[in-house]
Ligand binder design. Structure first.
Ligand SMILES: *[C@@H]1O[C@H](CO)[C@@H](O)[C@H](O)[C@H]1NC(C)=O
Ligand SMILES: *[C@@H]1O[C@H](CO)[C@@H](O)[C@H](O)[C@H]1NC(C)=O
Length: 230
């Protein structure tokens, strides 16, 4: 019967924040685009060089051929712009698996949102999950990144909050990001509801950070640098 998988879909719990499955095609596309970009760049440079040689060694050169060369150079520059646009589109496309399956690419990093796992974890277990995947709980470095994460949270309404890489377990009231920096180091943010037994921070809608008991169970988000594999 179809009813049970459909129910799952309606729950939205099986839905992943990525569209996986086309990673091979995508890697190929990226490779091809980079190849085209390289060729276009080299051709452009070559034309510029030829033009430079002609203009400097023979100022009396045929006006027509100089004009032609200039036109070709302009064409080259136009192509380069197109290729840049293509590159931009390909690398911005989150369906394009620049990251492992089920990880989202954003601005040179890969993000994992545990929403697809149907599993909640304590803060330390969430942190361990990220470490096992060569990543860490998210450290938010600017408002654009905050917007990106908020966007994902909005899209997947079953994320009420996300464990962040932010804790004051070492010294009460001194909130530190996972990379050891002070909470205010990157952005002017603060943690609400802080108290003795709430040492781990979670992120909620509207970009607010709340202190929570580290032993609570919840979804989490990991982040790592994106590394080229093609
Ligand atoms: C997480 O912390 C709890 C107690 O706070 C502990 O029982 C558990 O072993 C820890 N898990 C990991 C993976 O460190
Ligand atoms: C993590 O990194 C190590 C060493 O760089 C590598 O061997 C391992 O496969 C990576 N694990 C994952 C899950 O990416």
């Amino acid at each position: 019967m179809e009813s049970s998988p459909r129910r799952h879909d309606e729950d939205g719990k099986r839905e992943m924040p990525t569209v996986a499955g086309s990673s091979q095609t995508c890697h190929l596309t990226v490779r091809v685009v980079f190849a085209i970009a390289a060729i276009t760049l080299i051709t452009g440079l070559l034309f510029s060089f030829i033009l430079f040689v002609i203009l400097t060694s023979a100022p009396e050169a045929d006006q027509m051929s100089t004009k032609e060369l200039l036109e070709q150079l302009q064409q080259c520059q136009k192509k380069l712009r197109d290729v840049s646009l293509m590159l931009h589109t390909v690398t911005q496309d989150s369906r394009c698996s620049l990251c492992p399956d089920n990880w989202l690419w954003w601005m040179g990093h890969c993000y994992f949102f545990s929403v697809g796992l149907q599993e909640n974890r304590q803060w330390n277990e969430s942190s361990e999950f990220c470490q096992q995947h060569n990543s860490s709980l998210v450290v938010i470095k600017d408002s654009a990144e905050m917007d990106f994460i908020q966007g994902v949270m909005t899209k997947f309404s079953q994320i009420p909050f996300l464990w962040m890489g932010l804790t004051d377990a070492e010294r009460e009231g001194q909130w530190l990001w996972g990379d050891g920096t002070d909470i205010q180091h990157y952005m002017p943010v603060m943690v609400e509801w802080d108290s003795d037994h709430r040492d781990c921070a979670d992120l909620r809608g509207g970009g607010s950070l709340f202190a929570a008991d580290c032993e609570e169970y919840g979804p989490w988000a990991c982040k790592k640098e994106y590394r080229h594999t093609f």
